[in-house]
Design a binder for this molecule. Structure first.
Ligand SMILES: Nc1ncnc2c1ncn2[C@@H]1O[C@H](COP(=O)(O)OP(=O)(O)OP(=O)(O)O)[C@@H](O)[C@H]1O
Length: 478
């Protein structure tokens, strides 16, 4: 076959992945209005997907398909924008690995020798759904020019303030709950300041034992204390001409606060065990999740140090107050960790988005990112749901969009038909007026299981169309 491997964006193009292409099939596709672009290897397929707008793929599984074949295919079939139809030979769905692969990566499958109508239906449907998705696709969220994701008003205000802090040399104090992005803010200020090309040194005052914190900050000379085998430059000195970020400053022990104050007033340090005064030019940014005003009031934090540190003050908004940014951040986390999942993930379900918006996020952005990361690995469907995220599902209030109402009605109708017919798929499909193949696919899409009491799938010796194969050999759906 001489189909060219060029970028494609014609409407009805199918990427045909096969190491032994079937000329008859290509001719049939052409006669049916499809342009088949052939890729002999997964590497070639990947290149084409990268370059062109491929909505539909037809992948021919080799007759002797192995787990190596499947994992090579999986890597190019993972991308969300292409819907894949697998072409298999009879009996292949009895192979647990192949059936799992189809469930995880394919929109549908056809069994050779394929029925023309069946193939056209699968490809047309795959194309239609992919086009629908593409019209709704929003670009993957990426880090903005401040190195953060977020567009809400509170974040816009924060960005403006970061820009203002960048042009001065005054100390900045960043307040905010844990995980809101205080360190990112400190870095963004540094990057916008004339010190940008110099060091940004961060130290977490709560993570270092109080007895070691002073040595860590100021450094020490050889022999300054037992175990000080050689001179060590402290964090303050290593930040010379750059920025020093003192995280969790609220946890700094009192004696260390006094020495830090002296440095802030005089601009010089003395290494422990040394007697030379060293001039250090450092811009200080500090942060804490504790209430520093209260710590001053309670006498746990020196008020003179407080005033030195808090010349400029920024407050990070908690995640629960960032509205639509929650979804943006979740999609950002998904794009970062999508590859960790063992299956092709299409995105976040609407119930997941509702649940995320209702949740309070005490651990803020850090918690959200970890939550999505965990769900990418643990989820079993194509979409991450509220329960994958470990979040309470939204209550049974009215669905928010027409699409959600339709989707819920569809799921309910299928569930009830299955129950009424004792999970005999043929009968349930007949009642619903759809084919068994469609019922099977919809069950998978809606994460509906076959009868948990024993998988009473009907007609175990049925025909060879995709529906029969799917039903006969469906392992455990979902
Ligand atoms: N707006 C954001 N966009 C992208 N990632 C973010 C954003 N805010 C925070 N993060 C990420 O969340 C995690 C926590 O951020 P960061 O360490 O800056 O928070 P923090 O407020 O300093 O936390 P702590 O109080 O625990 O020190 C990091 O992985 C960071 O990259």
């Amino acid at each position: 076959m001489n189909t060219p491997c060029t970028p494609v964006d014609t409407e009805r193009t199918v990427l045909y992945v096969s190491n032994s292409p079937d000329q008859e099939l290509v001719e049939f596709l052409a006669a049916s209005g499809w342009q088949a672009v052939h890729a002999k290897s997964t590497a070639a397929a990947e290149r084409l997907i990268e370059r062109g707008n491929i909505k539909v793929g037809l992948v021919q599984l080799p007759d002797d398909c192995t787990s190596q074949h499947l994992s090579a295919l999986a890597s190019c079939m993972r991308r969300a924008e292409t819907n894949w139809v697998a072409q298999i030979v009879p009996g292949q769905t009895e192979n647990e690995l192949i059936s799992r692969f189809i469930l995880d990566y394919c929109f549908d499958f056809v069994t050779r020798p394929w029925l023309n109508d069946r193939l056209m239906f699968a490809l047309g449907h795959a194309h239609g759904l992919s086009s629908l998705r593409q019209t709704r696709v929003t670009p993957e969220p990426s880090l903005g020019r401040h190195g953060m994701v977020g567009q809400c008003e509170a974040m816009q205000q924060l960005y403006r303030r970061i820009d203002k802090c960048g042009v001065t040399n005054a100390p900045v104090f960043v307040a905010g709950e844990s995980g809101t992005g205080k360190e990112l803010t400190a870095r963004a200020i540094h990057e916008r300041s004339p010190r940008a090309g110099r060091a940004f040194v961060a130290i977490n005052c709560a993570a270092i034992p109080p007895s070691l914190l002073q040595a860590e900050l100021f450094g020490h000379e050889r022999g300054a204390f037992t175990g000080a085998l050689q001179r060590k430059i402290g964090r303050i000195e290593s930040a010379h001409e750059g920025t020093l970020f003192l995280d969790e400053i609220g946890d700094m022990p009192h004696e260390c606060q006094a020495v830090l104050l002296r440095f802030l007033q005089e601009g010089t340090i003395e290494r422990l065990g040394g007697n030379a005064l060293i001039h250090v030019d450092v811009r200080v940014i500090s942060a804490t999740h504790v209430d520093l005003d209260k710590a001053v009031e309670d006498g746990r934090f020196r008020s003179d140090l407080y005033h030195r540190l808090c010349v400029l003050r920024l407050v990070e908004p908690p995640l629960r107050e960032r509205g639509g940014d929650i979804k943006l951040l979740a999609n950002y986390a998904l794009s970062m960790y999508r590859q960790d999942g063992a299956r092709k993930l299409r995105g976040l379900s609407s119930d997941a988005i509702v649940a995320m918006s209702n949740y309070q996020w005490p651990g803020n952005v850090r918690e959200l990112i970890n939550c999505v990361r965990r769900a990418v690995v643990m989820s079993e469907g194509r979409f991450i749901t509220a329960s994958d995220l470990g979040l309470p599902e939204a209550d049974n209030g009215p669905a928010v969009t027409l699409a959600e109402i339709r989707s819920k009605a569809e799921k309910d109708a299928i569930e009830h038909a299955l129950q009424r017919h004792g999970y005999r798929l043929s009968e349930a499909a007949a009642e619903l007026g759809i084919s068994r193949a469609t019922l099977y696919r919809l069950m998978h899409a809606n994460r509906l299981h076959q009868d948990p009491a024993g998988g009473r799938a009907s007609n175990p010796n049925g025909g060879t169309d995709a529906g029969d194969e799917g039903q006969r050999h469906a392992p455990s759906l979902v």
